[in-house]
Write a protein that binds this ligand. Structure first.
Ligand code: ZN
Ligand code: ZN
Length: 340
């Protein structure tokens, strides 16, 4: 067991450095040490690394919260895992005792702690987590796909907010990795027509190549008219993955339909006419992180229910993390995986 390891440390505004740091030690018998096989770069990492930051992380923290690895050490209280198991991790550690944890909402835990944002994460050779947030996954799942279990678990949590029925029509606003995963999940759940709204040329071309969904650029055509014409009444389900499109979502959904707000944008303030929600009897639902959806995400990957392989546009060594972040910031990639 080496004493030192390579890790990408967020040092201060815009400064993410690859450094030699001590390998973390178990602090108690509830923890495990994971040898990281692969970690994917999240939009949140891009926001943390940008100047000024779009999302705040604690300086001195090793970033990286979407990953897969092998259990290297385990505390005596961890009974559901063995040394050598391959695991994916829910990066949002919950206390298990607060009022929300007791309401089966650990994603809303009052003491929630975010791996790779508030405490050391997985852009490193080793990562220490609590055993309770680690889930076993088959060695047969390609490593770069397994690294994406976390965003997939979040997408599944969003999907669980609605009941997709065979033939339902759906709109996804935002064609990043989560939007594309949601479009694929909707399709595999039985949705008929799935429309994807996206502005960025790279993402538009990418989604068109994936097929299975109709890609609409709302700046060059009347998205509402296209969707109304295709469905007759508007979409049954609309997902806003952009985090600022509630107004468009309410316009595109049919009477009695469902709007799910997935995207995170704390700066977005939208003026909406509340009457439209009332009169159209629209259900507007928020969805936050992953809640008990890691087992589903693991099963989707193991059984290839959807194929997310095409979404991984780049695989880089950990040393090239900053290049990967720059590429995502420039909008020239969908999902980038780094391997320590
Ligand atoms: Zn993430
Ligand atoms: Zn809690």
């Amino acid at each position: 067991m080496p004493e030192m390891m390579k890790a990408a440390v967020f040092e201060s505004e815009g400064v993410l450095n690859l450094k030699e740091v001590p390998v973390p030690q178990l602090e108690n018998e509830d923890q495990i040490l994971i040898r990281v096989e692969a970690a994917s770069i999240c939009g949140t990492d891009v926001h943390i690394a940008s100047v000024p930051p779009g999302f705040h992380a604690a300086p001195g923290t090793i970033l990286g919260h979407e990953f897969v690895g092998i259990v290297d050490k385990k505390g005596a209280n961890v009974h559901h895992l063995e040394i050598g198991d391959r695991v994916v991790v829910n990066p949002n550690n919950y206390c298990g005792n607060c009022v929300y944890c007791r309401k089966n909402l650990p994603n809303e835990c009052e003491k929630i702690e975010a791996l790779g944002i508030e405490y050391d994460g997985a852009f490193a050779t080793y990562c220490r987590v609590y055993g309770k947030v680690a889930y076993k996954i088959s060695q047969k799942v390609p490593v770069d796909l397994a690294a994406c279990a976390e965003p997939l678990a979040c997408a599944v949590n969003g999907l669980k907010k609605v009941q997709v029925l065979p033939g339902d029509s759906a709109v996804v606003i935002g064609g990043g990795p989560i939007g594309l995963m949601l479009a694929m999940l909707l399709k595999s759940s039985g949705a008929g027509k799935v429309f994807l709204l996206e502005l960025a040329p790279y993402r538009i071309e990418f989604a068109k190549k994936l097929g299975a969904m109709q890609v609409i650029d709302p700046t060059s055509c009347d998205a509402a008219k296209i969707i109304a014409d295709a469905t007759g009444i508007g979409a049954d389900i609309v997902f806003d993955v952009a985090g600022s499109q509630i107004k468009a979502a309410i316009e595109l959904v049919r009477k009695g339909g469902k709007v799910v707000l997935f995207g995170i944008n704390q700066r977005a303030h939208t003026e909406i006419t509340q009457y439209d929600i009332t009169a159209k009897e629209i259900s507007v639902l928020g969805t936050w992180l992953a809640n008990a959806t890691f087992p589903e995400a693991v099963r989707i990957l193991e059984e290839k229910i959807i194929d997310i392989a095409p979404l991984i546009t780049d695989v880089l060594p950990l040393e090239a993390l900053n290049q990967g972040i720059a590429k995502l910031e420039a909008g020239q990639a969908i999902k980038i995986v780094v391997r320590p």
